[in-house]
Design a protein around this ligand. Sequence first.
Ligand code: GRF
Length: 200
Amino acid sequence: MKKLGILLSGRGSNFEAIARNVQAGKIPAEIAIVISNKEEALGLARAKEMGLATCFIPSKGKEREAFDREVVAVLKEHKVDLVCLAGFMRILSPYFIREFPRRILNIHPALLPSFPGVEAQKQALEYGVKFTGCTVHIVDEGVDTGPVVCQAAVPILDDDTVETLSARILKEEHRIYSEGICLMLEGRVRIEGRRMVKVG
Ligand code: GRF
């Protein structure tokens, strides 16, 4: 059974959606460890309630790579195959990425390469695009720049606020993150340059 490592910093709704799909047998893996850099993260509390292995690793005041070394050590200890960032508010060091080459996924609340970075939903609303959405991508050394695994489009309505738009995008995030994880775990995609193409 393949092992997932989840990294989160907050609410953890994407983690919960993944956990539900794992429990339901829709993702062929188990969650080996949930790591948070925030002790008060709701996602960490939910993981504990679910009886999953959890770990709080404080990031405050630490050099980026020193923190990442601690996280990587815990992921390796739990023999993690695929790392899933789920609202993890840290940029990973090149060291971390080298330790898990093409084995780190992230979910971003916009159709990359549009609106990378923070407050992606607000950026899209203020820009005035008619469609935005969410993206599951492989994490590389840039910010939200890695190869795209899957995406979902969400229309922007005239009366949308950041809150209503974010809620509609989040629903799609919960759906496609598990889809992206399955594609990766089942080896149903291969990388051609920047393009991830389905095989079989
Ligand atoms: C989501 O919008 C995700 O796209 C972004 O951070 C947010 C995390 O939400 N990377 P949650 O903690 O999964 O509820």
